[in-house]
Design a protein around this ligand. Structure first.
Ligand SMILES: [Zn+2]
Ligand SMILES: [Zn+2]
Length: 349
């Protein structure tokens, strides 16, 4: 066979490899909010960089910087701002460098919950800070058998998911918490009378906590006994990543589980695996309760009779049948690198 013909099968691989990369690039997370912070990478104390004042506003928004005069912000990386960076890194379990290194900026630009990281008091049992509560440790305090009702707004909706799809997601999310505490959750027929009221809202929606469009702030859940759980209607909410291909799709079940944690009285946790960690990447899932989430919520409500951690682990194992975005990418990257390796070896060696 002429040498050129031998090359044809290998040449056919080239468009496949490139098309693979095109597909993956489409799925790369694109943070629309806070993306402008990316040029601040590697700034440190003593720097003066345009745009730093906006990052100061971000830090103030989430409780890391107290600003007496928010209109008079400078772009100087001063001692106070360095302390705020240290505090942020500590709180989000990042290496504490005091600089805006790449890991810190990536975390800052990640989509996250709108609840401040400092409306909290640490759980008393822990010497090392993990789960946390809202100030005063508010919790629901129902008489008799502990039952809470919830309802999804019939009007504050999104049009690409059906009411039943959203109901199914929240039913699963509530049942995760009900598995570990002696509280039962029922869907109310009447929205107005429900303890927990869930809805999708856009921009400024009247509670002083405006949403900000695609990514950025994803949702917020208010402390007990408010019962308000709001999701940013501007997000591309997904109940199935195999059908929702958008690179900025957000897993509704993961965010629902997190916000229910707030509705029950948990604040943010610095434990990265915890459902109550404040951020969630697009196209990723995190809804299995961690030990930290369970210990926190059981401090408020006690343990469900008969509950054991091994039972929780078993049920989580059986529900973990789907590929996460990172899992799939890790597998796919390995496969394509192997194909590329064979191609290079055969053609050039
Ligand atoms: Zn939150
Ligand atoms: Zn709201």
């Amino acid at each position: 066979m002429p040498p050129l013909l031998l090359l044809i099968p290998h040449l056919l691989l080239i468009p496949i490899i490139f098309s693979c990369h095109v597909t993956l690039a489409r799925h790369a997370p694109e943070t629309t909010a806070w993306r402008s912070f990316s040029h601040l990478v590697d700034t440190e104390r003593g720097s003066h960089v345009s745009g730093l004042s906006e990052l100061k506003q971000y830090f103030a928004r989430f409780g890391y910087l107290h600003m007496p005069d928010p209109k008079n912000l400078t772009d100087s990386f001063d001692d106070r701002f360095e302390s705020a960076v240290n505090l942020y890194q500590n709180r989000l379990s990042l290496p504490v460098t005091g600089k805006l290194d790449a890991a810190t900026l990536t975390q800052i630009m990640s989509p996250r919950c709108g609840i401040s990281d400092f409306t909290s008091t640490p759980g008393k049992l822990h010497k090392v800070q993990h789960f946390a509560f809202f100030p005063g440790e508010p919790r629901w305090n129902q008489p008799g058998p502990f039952e809470l009702t919830y309802a999804i707004s019939p009007t504050a909706t999104i049009n690409y998911l059906s009411h039943d799809e959203v109901r199914a997601v929240f039913s699963r999310a509530f049942s995760r918490w009900a598995q570990v505490i002696p509280v039962r959750f029922f869907e109310a027929e009447d929205y107005q009378s429900a303890n927990v009221k869930i809805g999708f809202y856009q921009g400024d929606h009247g509670d002083g906590e405006p949403f900000d469009g695609v990514l950025g702030i994803l949702a917020h859940g208010f402390s007990p006994q408010s019962g308000r759980l709001h999701l940013d209607a501007a997000e591309t909410w997904s109940v199935d990543f195999s059908k929702e291909k958008s690179s900025v799709a957000v897993d509704l079940e993961s965010v629902a589980t997190h916000e229910i944690g707030h509705v029950l009285g948990l604040a943010h946790s610095p434990v990265k695996d915890a459902v109550m960690y404040p951020s969630l990447s697009p196209r990723s899932k995190k809804f299995d309760l961690s030990m930290d989430d369970v210990q926190g919520v059981q401090m408020l409500y006690g343990s469900r009779p008969g509950f054991t951690f091994s039972e929780l682990m078993e049920s989580e194992k059986s529900s973990a049948g789907t590929w996460s975005y990172h899992g799939w990418w890790g597998f796919s990257r390995g496969l394509w690198l192997a194909v590329l390796g064979v191609f290079v070896k055969t053609v050039f060696l």
